[in-house]
Design a protein around this ligand. Sequence first.
Ligand SMILES: Cc1cc2nc3c(=O)[nH]c(=O)nc-3n(C[C@H](O)[C@H](O)[C@H](O)COP(=O)(O)O)c2cc1C
Length: 347
Amino acid sequence: MVVINPMHETRKRDHIELAQNAQTVRALVNQRFNYEPLLSGHPGEKSDISINFLGKKLDAPLWISSMTGGVGEARHINQNLARLCREFNLGMGLGSCRSLLESNQYFEDFNLRPIIGPDLPLYANLGIAQLELILRENKTHKISELCKKLQVDGLFIHINPMQEWFQVEGDHFQQSPLETLTLFMSQFQKNEIKIIVKEVGQGMGPLSLKSLFELPIDAFELAGFGGTNFSKLEVLRSKALSQENYVDSRSPLFNVGHTPLEMIDFINALGEKNPQIKNLPLIISGGIENFLDGHYLRSRSNNPSVYGHANKFLSFAEDYELLKKFTDEQISGLKMAKSFLTLKEVL
Ligand SMILES: Cc1cc2nc3c(=O)[nH]c(=O)nc-3n(C[C@H](O)[C@H](O)[C@H](O)COP(=O)(O)O)c2cc1C
């Protein structure tokens, strides 16, 4: 007698019922990768996508980009993100630590080293406007103190002239960020902490990248255009603050910027002229949709890299189980991509 497994019958019935809805659209075929089903087994326990990044080992090339701190719900969010890093061996940047320069009121929001542990990358974050002020007041010791009390590996410096300009209470720079960074690098003990420079969602053009890479920075985060855009966010804030009297004719400016792919092309071109640039670690971020997007952009880059999300992690960050599921899926997706996909030749 043939015994039919009920699961088998259910599956076959599902196939018949769902086939109509499972039609694909030819125009939507992924143009970025060749699919090579013959060349690998399924990624198993031993599949390794770990990477040494900025002197520490990550289990996957995935980064939690700088976000929050200093407001009610931020502590819970940050603690969940740090717990996630610990569980999956990932790295993260803190949101702007500006408030800690003046007071320890929100210290616990940022005090993630005890959660993330000693072995994973954790970086503080300050804006170039604060850096300009700190240098003007001759107070670089405040940065050393900040990094020491947070026990971080280094500092992100975000460069955000467009956001500051749109922000109702924004700071206006008195000199170029390049001048501020150059002065900072010449005064600050380079070996004391690592320095990573980033934008906040607008990216940077080739001239800025070229001059930035002449400085002794340790890594660069793209924070390119196409995801969270802080200029747009500040326009939304000022709209809400001034309510019905709101007029804004500045908005076209928030659509300027560079996508991560465009920036990778700029950086690859710079690396052809100056091979040292090819060694600079990158965090590829700014509207990265998912692991496939991240895998593609990393494959296109000639530099050692990880990819980062801010908003995607934020959308799950209040619920640890969801955050964990999201991350698990990203990592298993990355492993599948590594096993079965190769980059299509760029024409
Ligand atoms: C809620 C939120 C807060 C952020 N705060 C900071 C910040 O304090 N400092 C910073 O450098 N970037 C900050 N960012 C920008 C991100 O680090 C990242 O560069 C940008 O959001 C693009 O990534 P995404 O498109 O994946 O969100 C923030 C982003 C979000 C979503």
